[in-house]
Write a protein that binds this ligand. Structure first.
Ligand code: CA2
Length: 170
């Protein structure tokens, strides 16, 4: 184990996905690509496994990581899932999809549970229509990852773990 190795308790991450992301890989592939949400989840799990158990080098983290993926097309269901996370989830990665640009309810729920948030978008919302430039989440998030396609989720999960590790060291 090297100095860079982080020793921490179990880290519990929740990856939330908003409306229509269940259609990923099936429709609008020119914008959102051909990768399904199930593949994105599998990729995140594989990446986590490599972070925890790399071959031939010390692990980046020496902790158990629990990863929960959840998608809903309904604002209230997402709000309830966020509320349930209070006290049992350490960090939320969220792609609120269209609710990014409309939902004060999701913003308020994230603020209420006091869980750090990383916002992720497949497309670069800042290069798209003006109505997508504003996010109700970005100013309450630890950070925002946009425009990197499915890889953005893997980066967000890794960034989340590094953020929790920094908090644990403080
Ligand atoms: O780029 C992103 O990740 C978005 O959050 C995707 C949302 C969009 O409203 C945001 O402005 C940016 C749309 C998700 C819709 O996903 C679909 C996937 C396949 C087919 C149709 C829609």
């Amino acid at each position: 184990m090297s100095d860079a190795t982080v020793v921490a308790k179990t880290m519990r991450l929740l990856v939330l996905n908003g409306p229509n992301l269940n259609l990923l890989g099936l429709r609008e592939t020119a914008i959102y690509g051909r990768t399904s949400l199930a593949s994105i989840e599998a990729d995140c799990r594989l990446h986590l496994d490599r972070m925890c158990r790399p071959t031939g080098q010390p692990p980046l983290i020496d902790a158990e990581v629990e990863l929960d993926f959840f998608q809903s097309n309904h604002e209230g269901v997402l709000v309830e899932r966020i509320q349930q996370a209070r006290g049992v989830v350490d960090l939320i990665v969220i792609n609120p999809a269209a609710y990014t640009h409309t939902s004060v309810a999701i913003r308020d729920a994230l603020l209420a549970v006091e869980i750090p948030v990383i916002e992720v978008h497949l497309s670069n919302i800042h290069k798209r229509e003006p109505f997508r430039h504003h996010s109700y989440i970005s100013d309450i998030a630890v950070g925002q990852i946009v425009g990197l396609g499915p890889d953005g989720y893997r980066f967000a999960v890794e960034a989340g773990i590094r953020h929790l590790a920094r908090l644990a060291r403080e």
